[in-house]
Design a protein around this ligand. Structure first.
Ligand code: SAM
Length: 190
């Protein structure tokens, strides 16, 4: 297939937005795959702030980062991403150029612990205040599970009403595939 698949598309958006030395956010670290990707993008002089509500996820991410010698450029918070503005030091507010939310539940873990639209939206609103102009938030939306469909609908409603003077909002989705594959909403601050 020549058209870009969902996860490579998400990574390419972040790659475009983020430069070495930047400050970025992984709002749902899970097993740390995206955290490691972001840590590579920001390089030795950059900073990644990572959030997750599960101790298990923070531990797995820490381990992955240590194995790849990336731990020093990452600060992990065992907190919900709705605490973003409170937890990220104020000297980094205004500097964030990229953020990713990989929504839903952690594969292989408790499927009852899922991201929720109220807290996801609270975090997006905080990020829109705290990002640098042209900073990009990427939401990867998994809507094949019950709560996922609820979160999808809330996020679409919220994102469609973001003032176009505040941000450009994109939806990238294959619309004829079975089994509700994930899709992307990307928000670029103006
Ligand atoms: N990107 C991750 C990876 O590379 O492995 C996968 C993330 S997984 C789909 C979603 C994660 O969001 C879970 O680890 C879950 O614990 C976490 N989560 C749920 N609610 C959260 C919240 N309010 N704040 C931060 N993380 C949350």
């Amino acid at each position: 297939m020549k058209m870009e698949r969902i996860l490579p598309f998400a990574k390419n958006l972040l790659d475009k937005a983020i430069r070495p030395g930047d400050v970025v956010v992984d709002a749902t670290v899970g097993n740390g795959h995206d955290t490691a990707f972001l840590a590579e993008l920001v390089g030795e002089t950059g900073k990644v702030y990572g959030f997750d509500v599960q101790e298990e996820a923070i531990a797995a991410t820490g381990k992955r980062l240590a194995e790849h010698h990336l731990l020093e450029r990452v600060t992990l918070f065992h907190e919900g991403h709705e605490q973003l503005a409170a937890k990220i030091p104020t000297h980094d507010h205004g500097k964030i150029t990229g953020a990713i939310f990989n929504l839903g539940y952690l594969p292989g873990s408790d499927k009852m612990i899922v991201t929720r639209p109220e807290t996801t939206i609270a975090a997006i609103e905080q990020l829109l205040e705290m990002m640098a102009p042209e900073g990009i938030i990427v939401l990867v939306i998994y809507h094949g599970h019950d709560q996922g469909a609820v979160e999808r609908d809330s996020l679409l409603r919220y994102c469609q009403q973001v003032d176009q003077k505040t941000a450009h909002v994109l939806q990238y989705q294959f619309i004829n595939q079975q089994n509700n594959p994930p899709f992307i909403i990307a928000i670029e601050k103006r």
